[in-house]
Every structure is written in structure tokens, then in C-alpha cells.
Design a protein around this ligand. Structure first.
Ligand SMILES: NC(=O)N[C@@H](CC(=O)O)C(=O)O
Ligand SMILES: [Zn+2]
Ligand SMILES: [Zn+2]
Length: 428
């Protein structure tokens, strides 16, 4: 299989041709010509390394009515991703080598992106005792990221033990930072608006307190900590402080926390209910600045598909979570590239290079140079389109961007040299 991409702007630079052969980038240069190659016209398109998501909910096993490994993989490929980390809050929970290997195999069968299972930190996500972290790390799935996401590892002694344990195989604990005692019954960001809307508040301090505690624990035991879906200005400050001390901490922000604010809740439309909640405009600005200066390492989607009956109810009854894979890059273009906060190299760094490094993934987030695995996407930055949830590849419809016009269209995605998406359509 040989593909010749003509005239792509690698990281937004001057147009060049890329030859993909045997799963690798064989050559990059001006006016390459090869007989028998499939030619892809990339005039005006930006080439980026295939995106890597550290935080995806694929819902299989257990809620295949909301998403499967295959449908979520298709959504990912359409969004320009070549690897996604599948969160462990499935049914059964991914807390054994057996379950993570099952998810890993389903990903291989779908063949659209590399599906990298996340292992649960505690048995059943119950926060009582550690799951078999070593067995998951040694399994065929080679788990390196462990998370009870959906739940916080609230017990500090258990969190400390998890951090110590994963050091042995260079793993990382990805914390859903939410002090449960401060968020009982919480529905949205705590502030004047929650008071006016009569919805129980989720205070910024419930996130920040756990991050502060965990960076101190990570420093004390010398382990790697990753913070999921950072949502407040205060969290960015704590991370900046921790990094200045040399703590091995990394953090992610979601596309929705980079674009949307708590004011979405005024509609009482539960599509905007999410954990952690949408915050204030000042938080959004601080998150953008934190991502731009590298305090926040990565954009991660927290793609959280939910079935209609779990989402289209009264606000208080609806499950938290929103779709993200297919629009992630467009949101980053709107929130950071267009305002001049990130260039294309910066987008590649925060959406491919650093997430691959945090997950210790080989072969992803690599430069687009000869000899490297041909994992890449082609983006039309000039295209704009209105999001139609009915047209999404996800099995669920809970997109917070419905009816919004967003910039950028993923035209093609290549996984090890094979197109998974061409002309904006998934090939399998
Ligand atoms: N983000 C959410 O609101 N929901 C996630 C869980 C999580 O990421 O905490 C889910 O699994 O639905
Ligand atoms: Zn979470
Ligand atoms: Zn999540």
C-alpha cells in the first residue's frame, strides 16, 4: 500500500509531498512522484500527527446502546485521532487483565484507531482497595494509565499507594479531581448563576483541593500524576506552582471547557450538564492561557456518550457528560488557533505529542518525517460547518455543539499508512 499526499502544509509550513509506504512515512519533499501510488490531493490542507486522546468513554462492555468500541473508534478517526485511551468506567469495570484485553481486542478488530485501555485504580471504582494494576500493566493491553474516572480516588492513603504502585512500570494515575463531600447533589458550577437557577453548586474548591493534595502526594512519593479535565483558573495556578517545584504532574483540559461557560445552563438543557461543570468566562480564559503556555499539557475530549433516556430528562436526573471526539480539533481551532494562542505546531504538541508521551505510547505523536509511522491527519482549516448531531458517527447524540458553526474539517486520517478517513468519510 503506497499513498502519495500532494502539497500538504506539514504543521502549517510550506506545501510538501508525503509518501506513505509500508505503514511509514517513506519520504517528505517537493514534487515527489511514484508510479502505482494512490494520490491524495492535499492542496491547502494542513498535515498534523494523528491526534491522541487521553480520555474517551467507549461504553463497551455494558452500554453498547450508547457507544461501542467500533462506533467510538469511527467517531475518533473522523475527528483526526489515531489513538484513544478508553476509560475504565464500563460494566464490568475495566479492573482486571481480562477486561482490558477484551477492550484492546475489540479496538484491533475495529481497526480505525489504536484503542488503549485505561485500567481502574480500585476494584469496581469503589475506592476501597487497589485493582490488579500490575496484571493489567503486564497484559496484552500493556496498560500504563490508571483511572477511576467518573469517581475520585478520594481516600488519600489509597491514592498514595496507587501512585507508589504504578511507579514500578512507569505508569501514571489519572485523577478525576472531585472532593465528593463538597459535591453531594451538585448540578452545575457554584456561583451567582447556580443560586439564580436553583441548581445545587459544584464549587471550584472541590476540584482544586484534590489537585493540591495529589500534587503533594506525587511529590512526596516521586510518582507520575495526571489530572483529568481541569476546569478552573485556580487549578491552573496550582498546576503552575507544582510544575515550578518539579512535581511530575501533567494535566488535560477538554474542548468544552475551552469554549463553553456555565451560562449554557440557563437553557436547562441537560446536554450541557457535565462533570466537572462548565465554569465562568474567567475560567475559560485561564484554561486557554494555561494550555497555551504549557501548564496544561494536553487537550483530552472526555467524549461521554449517553443514551437518549439518560440525557433527555429533567436537568437534575440527566447523566453528566457530552460528546467530543468529532469536534475536538475544530473547537481547538476556534478557541486557540484563530485567536493566535496556539500555532499548528502547538496544536500537534497538545493534541498528539504530549498525550502520547503521557500514555507512553510508541508510534504516536511522532514528527512527520521519513522513517516515522504514518499516523497523521489532513485538515482543511478554511472549511466551516454547522454541527448536526444526527450526522455524527457516535451512537449517541449528546453534542453540546448542535447548531453551532465551527471552523476546520478533517479531510483524511491515516493509521500506519492506511486511510481510515478520506474526503471526510470513514472508510470502515
Ligand atoms: N464527564 C462526565 O460528565 N461524565 C463521564 C465521567 C467523567 O468523566 O467524570 C461519563 O462517563 O459519562
Ligand atoms: Zn471525570
Ligand atoms: Zn471521563
Amino acid at each position: 500500500m503506497t499513498t502519495l499526499i500532494k502539497g500538504a502544509r506539514v504543521l502549517g509550513g510550506d506545501p510538501a509531498d508525503l509518501l506513505l509506504e509500508d505503514g511509514r512515512i517513506a519520504a517528505v519533499g517537493g514534487r515527489l512522484s511514484v508510479t502505482g501510488a494512490t494520490v491524495v490531493d492535499a492542496d491547502g490542507l494542513v498535515a498534523l500527527p494523528g491526534l491522541v486522546d487521553l480520555h474517551t468513554h467507549l461504553r463497551e462492555p455494558g452500554r453498547e446502546d450508547a457507544e461501542t468500541v467500533e462506533t467510538g473508534s469511527r467517531a475518533a478517526a473522523l475527528g483526526g485521532f489515531t489513538a484513544v485511551h478508553a476509560m475504565a468506567n464500563t460494566d464490568p469495570v475495566a479492573d482486571t487483565a481480562g477486561v482490558v484485553e477484551q477492550v484492546w481486542r475489540l479496538g484491533r478488530q475495529a481497526g480505525l484507531v489504536d484503542v488503549v485501555p485505561v485500567g481502574a485504580v480500585t476494584v469496581g471504582l469503589r475506592g476501597e482497595r487497589l485493582a490488579e494494576l500490575g496484571a493489567m500493566a503486564d497484559s496484552a493491553a500493556r496498560v500504563r494509565v490508571f483511572s477511576d474516572d467518573g469517581h475520585c480516588v478520594a481516600d488519600p492513603a489509597l491514592m498514595r499507594r496507587a501512585l507508589e504502585y504504578v511507579k514500578a512500570f512507569d505508569g501514571v494515575v489519572a485523577q478525576h479531581a472531585e472532593e465528593p463531600r463538597l459535591t453531594a447533589g451538585a448540578q452545575m458550577n457554584e456561583g451567582d448563576l447556580s443560586a439564580r437557577l436553583g441548581l445545587t453548586g459544584w464549587p471550584a474548591a472541590a476540584e482544586e483541593a484534590v489537585i493540591a493534595r495529589d500534587v503533594l502526594l506525587a511529590e512526596h512519593v516521586g510518582a507520575r500524576l495526571h489530572v483529568c479535565h481541569v476546569s478552573t483558573a485556580g487549578s491552573v495556578e496550582i498546576l503552575r506552582w507544582a510544575k515550578s517545584r518539579g512535581v511530575q504532574v501533567t494535566a488535560e483540559v477538554t474542548p468544552h471547557h475551552l469554549l463553553l461557560t456555565e451560562s449554557c445552563a440557563e437553557s436547562y438543557d441537560p446536554v450541557f450538564k457535565v462533570n466537572p461543570p462548565l465554569r465562568t468566562d474567567a475560567d475559560v480564559q485561564a484554561l486557554r492561557a494555561g494550555l497555551a503556555d504549557g501548564t496544561i499539557d494536553a487537550v483530552a475530549t472526555d467524549h461521554a456518550p449517553h443514551a437518549v433516556e439518560d440525557k433527555e430528562s429533567e436537568w437534575a436526573q440527566a447523566r453528566p457528560g457530552m460528546l467530543g471526539l468529532e469536534q475536538a480539533l475544530s473547537v481547538v481551532v476556534q478557541a486557540l488557533v484563530e485567536p493566535g494562542l496556539l500555532d499548528w505546531a502547538g496544536v500537534a504538541d497538545r493534541m498528539a505529542v504530549r498525550p502520547a508521551a503521557i500514555g507512553r505510547l510508541d508510534g504516536h505523536g511522532r514528527p512527520l518525517t521519513p522513517g516515522e509511522p504514518a499516523n497523521l491527519l489532513l485538515l482543511d482549516p478554511a472549511a466551516r460547518s454547522v454541527v448536526d448531531p444526527a450526522a455524527l458517527a457516535s451512537r449517541s447524540r449528546n453534542s453540546p455543539y448542535a447548531g453551532r458553526e465551527l471552523p476546520g474539517r478533517v479531510v483524511a486520517t491515516f493509521l500506519r499508512g492506511e486511510a481510515t478517513v478520506l474526503d471526510g468519510k470513514a472508510l470502515r
